[in-house]
Design a binder for this molecule. Structure first.
Ligand code: C2E
Ligand code: CA
Ligand code: CA
Ligand code: CA
Length: 273
């Protein structure tokens, strides 16, 4: 086994080096992009399942640069998390999004990564963004993930409560993909559950998946949570999610993430600033 280990090290060392090199390269370029405020935000519409009207948007960070091209957030957000850059990105996204959506009447959902959630400066950052942009707190929703609940549940409850005391709302993102037990839902005062797209994808063709969706929405109702279904790509999925009791729907069927101006132009006259 020892000899094997040695072999492995020899075979894989160059690849690891390359990966590490790329990661460090991305990290330093990301740092510069943040300094030059080149991280921008796209907005994906979220509709009311009953009326079909766009009632909210989710802010999604974007980074493209001449060297790397478009770098997906699934790549640069983890790098930002590991290197501590996420707080700066988070502040820029929060500020830009509140600014861009302030003259609409749309709710605004923003992703919070674990490092941001645990950072002592979060509350101040949120307060500052609300004050400087005049964005109404009751229209702001922060999306957190299940993994937070496992680490220090008691402390996490306190952070959630102090955020909600600002008048903003908290959504549990990617519900069903983590390992948090249902029991944790009781401890947390949350406002919304976002059902992950991996639950939505099979519902048209898989009776079991449909039953699971109905169970999850039942659970959410029991906990007094509103529900948003993510990753709706077809009319059939929209219909089933609506029937299961999802109040809000999000997905390519209704619109991809796009520039603020494009979303605002899409709104009915009544909703446009
Ligand atoms: P997420 O929060 O689950 O965001 C939803 C993702 O699903 C987005 O990917 C969105 O473009 C994609 N999506 C939306 N509708 C559909 C659909 O109908 N079908 C499919 N296949 N995909 C759909 P995106 O923009 O690549 O973001 C990936 C992840 O990166 C996000 O997942 C979120 O976890 C993270 N992220 C993005 N922006 C931020 C940010 O500003 N801060 C933090 N902390 N994380 C972010
Ligand atoms: Ca999200
Ligand atoms: Ca999600
Ligand atoms: Ca996610």
């Amino acid at each position: 086994a020892k000899a094997d280990g040695k072999n492995c090290a020899r075979v894989y060392a160059p690849a690891l080096d390359e990966n590490l090199h790329l990661r460090l390269r991305l990290e330093s370029d990301l740092r510069q992009a943040i300094e030059k405020e080149e991280i921008f935000v796209h907005y994906q519409p979220i509709i009311d399942a009953g009326t079909g009207v766009t009632v909210a948007v989710e802010a999604l960070a974007r980074w493209s640069d001449p060297l790397h091209g478009h770098v997906p957030p699934d790549v640069f957000i983890p790098i930002a998390e590991m290197s501590g850059l996420i707080n700066a990105i988070g502040r820029q996204v929060l500020m830009a999004a509140c600014q861009a959506m302030r003259h609409t009447n749309l709710d605004l959902a923003i992703n919070l990564s674990p490092a941001q959630f645990w950072d002592g400066g979060l509350l101040d950052d949120v307060r500052t963004a609300l004050e400087e942009t005049g964005f109404p707190p009751e229209r702001l929703e922060l999306e957190i993930t299940e993994s937070l609940m496992l680490r220090h549940p008691q402390r996490a409850v306190e952070v959630v409560n102090s955020l909600r005391a600002l008048g903003i709302r908290i959504a549990l993102d990617d519900f069903g993909t983590g390992i948090a037990s249902i029991g944790y839902l009781q401890q947390f005062q949350l406002d919304r559950l976002k059902i992950d797209k991996t639950f939505i994808a099979p519902i048209e063709h898989d009776a079991k998946a449909r039953e699971m969706l109905v169970s999850i929405t039942g659970l959410a109702r029991a906990c007094n949570l509103e529900i948003c279904a993510e990753g709706i790509e077809t009319d059939g999925q929209a219909r089933l999610a609506r029937m299961a009791g999802c109040g809000r729907l999000q997905g390519w069927l209704f619109g991809k993430p796009q520039a603020a101006a494009a979303v605002v132009n899409m709104l009915d006259d009544a909703e446009r600033p």
